[in-house]
Design a protein around this ligand. Structure first.
Ligand code: NAD
Length: 450
């Protein structure tokens, strides 16, 4: 694997796992297939206990995992602790699933009809670099709970926490081969998950372009696939909202994780009557954002993940109408200041494309109909926010915006208790929430003649 670099300092990290070869990927998949027979037959209560133990071991190593993510991905220490905690919480939440994987008894004439939820076999989870820990857990926790074994490929840039979590799984007592982390290239290991017939489902999170290739590849074997892809989400602020609260929270909705968040509210739509007040307050909030060394407890935003990502994001800012920026440290590392652009043309790249960095575009609208039309004028549909004091409007707009995860007078979209996923080209299928384990099963129907 190419050398890993600390994004905050530009200094090489003294721990780069070797990239798996095609043969090594095949061997990992075969071991996972061998482990499946025994894992599916582990009694539900025992599988639940093992997942709870795994959660407890993750919790014991929470600080270590968080520090590793600060080093490898440049996440702020506060975020990284939340992310490691999210792995623990997903494991605990889905540890309840093995004992509740109910089928149904369906009334039919002439006999008894019952359904079973049976695990698929080996599930391949492919993870991007922006949230290495949570996205891994959203795949492996429900998949394991439903009785599948998992092979997991972290992103090339950010393999370290996944590798450690793989070790912790063994420490917690999960049998060898039940959760295997296979670091390596997307074009080698990731693609092998798609083409290998023993992998029965691919759970992919990443760019829309690669997601389309994965979906096409999976079609060849009618392989099950879940896609969590890009976004260009709108934060819609009506003039009847608490404008001060909307402006104060808007930076966190887009600049969290330095904007490298598929749910980033990277378009802000503000009703014209409140536009000047909102932008004025936004400037105060953005300038106050603490863009600091991510290991600093006070840090609210860290660096971009790589020099390449920083350069790609910077290219969106060049030529755009920058209204104001926040601050960023000088010196080494892949830093950019949080940047606010005023957009007047919906054709601008910064308005249309997923920037995946600390850049937000603001635009004025006149009425509710225009706000909804602007919000929906995108190929994406992942998340979004609506700020208004009118409950009727909040519900009307929430129903009208074509996106999988909306929040009113807040910006939360990912909670492990609730379903998460995209409309349109933001994805296919849903993760998290109470139904996630079902998505890792086949429903079998059995009729018994009387
Ligand atoms: P990416 O698509 O380049 O890579 C994602 C993963 O896919 C990596 O592990 C990569 O190695 C692997 N991969 C690359 N080519 C592959 C191939 N041909 N076959 C199989 N695997 C392959 O994305 P990225 O740059 O790592 O992540 C950023 C993107 O992820 C953004 O577009 C972002 O919106 C999206 N994302 C979406 C969600 C969501 O839940 N919807 C969450 C986080 C990130």
């Amino acid at each position: 694997m190419s050398t890993l670099i600390n994004p905050a300092t530009g200094v090489e990290i003294d721990a780069s796992p070797a990239s798996a070869t095609l043969e090594e990927a095949d061997a990992a998949i075969e071991r996972a297939a061998d482990a499946f027979a025994a894992w599916r037959d582990v009694a539900p209560g025992e599988r639940a206990r093992l997942l709870r133990t795994f959660a407890a071991v993750v919790d014991e190593h929470l600080e270590e995992l968080a520090r590793l993510e600060v080093l490898n991905a440049g996440h702020t220490i506060g975020n990284a602790r939340w992310e490691a905690g999210n792995v623990r919480d997903c494991l605990n939440y889905y540890s309840a699933a093995p004992e509740r994987l109910f089928g149904r008894q369906i009334p039919v004439p002439g006999g008894t009809d019952i359904t079973f939820h049976e695990p698929l076999g080996v599930v391949g989870v492919i993870v991007p670099w922006n949230f290495p820990m949570p996205i891994a857990a959203w795949g492996f926790a429900p998949a394991l709970a439903a009785g599948n074994t998992v092979v997991l490929k972290p992103a090339e840039l950010t393999p370290l926490t996944a590798m450690r979590i793989g070790e912790l799984a063994l420490e917690a007592g999960l049998p060898e081969g039940v959760l295997t982390v296979v670091p390596g290239k997307g074009s080698v290991v990731g693609e092998r998950f798609v083409t290998h017939p023993l992998v029965r489902k691919v759970c992919f999170t990443g760019s829309t372009a690669v997601g389309k290739q994965i979906m096409a590849g999976c079609a060849d074997q009618v392989k099950r696939v879940t896609l969590e892809l890009g976004g260009k989400s709108a934060n819609i602020v009506f003039a009847d909202a608490d404008v001060a609260a909307a402006a104060a929270s808007a930076p966190y909705a887009v600049f969290d994780n330095a904007g490298q968040d598929c749910c980033a509210r990277s378009r802000i739509l503000v009703q014209r009557a409140a536009y000047d007040e909102f932008v004025g307050r936004l400037e105060t909030a953005v300038k106050a954002l603490r863009v600091l060394d991510p290991a600093d407890e006070q840090s609210e935003m860290g660096p971009l993940v790589s020099a390449g990502q920083r350069d790609a994001v910077r290219s969106y800012v060049e030529g755009a109408s920058v209204a104001f920026t926040g601050t960023a440290p000088d010196g080494p590392g892949w830093w950019l200041p949080p940047t606010v652009v005023e957009s007047r043309d919906t054709g601008e790249a910064v308005w249309r494309e997923e920037v995946f960095g600390p850049v937000v575009a603001v635009m004025a609208f006149d009425d509710e109909e225009e706000a909804v039309a602007l919000a929906n004028d995108t190929e994406y549909g992942l998340s979004g926010s609506i700020f208004t004091s009118d409950v009727g409007r909040a519900l009307r707009v929430a129903r009208a915006v074509e996106a999988g995860n909306l929040s009113v007078n807040s910006h939360s979209s990912v909670r492990y208790w609730t379903p998460f996923g995209g409309y349109k080209q933001s994805g296919l299928g849903r993760e998290l929430g109470p139904d996630a384990p079902d998505a890792f099963t086949e429903e079998k129907n059995v009729f018994i003649a009387h």
